[in-house]
Design a protein. Structure first.
Length: 313
């Protein structure tokens, strides 16, 4: 099958990998796509397939019109430069035995860019861009707070001027006040460098302000996708509605009906029959046990995979 893509990134996966199943995502240049679901829904797997840290077992990953699904080694190098990742725990990507200066210099050495003077200057500039003092270069990751370490992780991710950054729960481990600082930094960098983000989170509140579009994932499948406003204003999937009802509401007079989800996400190895969400769905009907819902358009740019969701028209 051929998917014409001029720019941006497209991932399609079909039935070969149960962790991520039949998912199709498209991220436009300069856009933030929020990818939301509980732990174990396959979000990180999907993010790592897109950044090609994992080799997808099926489907394809296309970047700016090029199929990068099966590239390896040298052929993958230019795309490694264009697609970067930020992790929940920055220590995962920061070598604890290297100084911050060495960590930030490394991408330039790997990609054979510039001499020592060039690299030192770039390191100084990167630290400044993410709001850290120049003297940070001679210190080690453990000497920094969690929020500062995330700034170092971000500096490393933007070092080679990427086009897309896969942000895998970058603020989930941080205090709320630090979370908003990091989200603001990511927003500023997006404006300045025209970055695209795939922003992975288990919490809809976190992606609310940063996303242009949101995709909701449940057990390896996308169950709803719409522009950010549409998802919050008119959620169509029962799973999305329960995620939204879990967001704390600052106004105590505004009543929101809580839909508490019972149980955990089932194992993707042996998913429930029919609609995978049926054992936990407050609206499930008999047909949900046997029929698997397709992702269909319910209104312009708003898709939902629920047997009870119908188009507006
Ligand atoms: Fe719930 Fe049925 Fe819709 Fe699945 S198809 S989300 S079980 S109502
Ligand atoms: Mg994860």
């Amino acid at each position: 099958m051929h998917f014409p893509v001029r720019e941006g990134l497209l991932l399609r996966s079909r039935r070969h990998n149960r962790a991520v199943d039949g998912v199709s995502l498209h991220i436009q240049p300069g856009e933030t796509l929020g990818l939301v679901g509980e732990s174990g829904c396959g979000k990180s797997t999907l993010g790592r397939c897109i950044s090609r840290l994992y080799q997808p077992t099926g489907g394809s990953v296309q970047f700016a019109g090029d199929d990068i699904t099966h590239l390896r080694g040298k052929a993958l190098m230019p795309y490694r430069q264009h697609i970067q990742m930020i992790f929940q725990d920055p220590m995962e990507s920061l070598n604890a035995r290297h100084t911050v200066g060495e960590i930030l210099e490394e991408p330039f050495i790997i990609h054979k860019m510039g001499d020592k003077a060039f690299r030192s200057e770039r390191v100084r500039k990167l630290l400044d861009t993410v709001g850290l003092p120049a003297r940070s270069a001679t210190r080690y990751p453990f000497e920094f707070s969690g929020g500062q370490r995330q700034r170092i992780g971000i500096a490393r991710a933007i070092a080679l001027n990427p086009q897309l950054i896969v942000c895998d729960e970058p603020v989930s481990a941080l205090d709320v006040s630090i979370q908003s600082q990091i989200l603001n930094l990511l927003n500023d960098l997006q404006q300045e460098f025209k970055l695209s983000y795939l922003f992975i989170a288990h919490d809809l509140a976190v992606v609310k302000h940063i996303s242009d579009r949101v995709a909701i994932m449940y057990l390896g499948k996308i169950v709803e996708t719409a522009d950010a406003e549409g998802i919050y204003r008119q959620p169509r999937h029962p799973y999305t509605r329960s995620l939204i009802s879990a967001i704390p509401v600052p106004d105590p007079h505004r009543k929101v009906q809580r839909q508490i989800l019972s149980g955990d996400v089932p194992s993707p190895i042996d998913p429930p029959s029919g609609c995978h969400f049926h054992p936990r769905c407050p609206e499930a009907e008999a047909q949900c046990k046997t029929t698997s819902p397709e992702l269909i358009a319910v209104s312009g740019g708003h898709d939902c995979a629920c047997l009870l969701a119908r188009g507006d028209a």
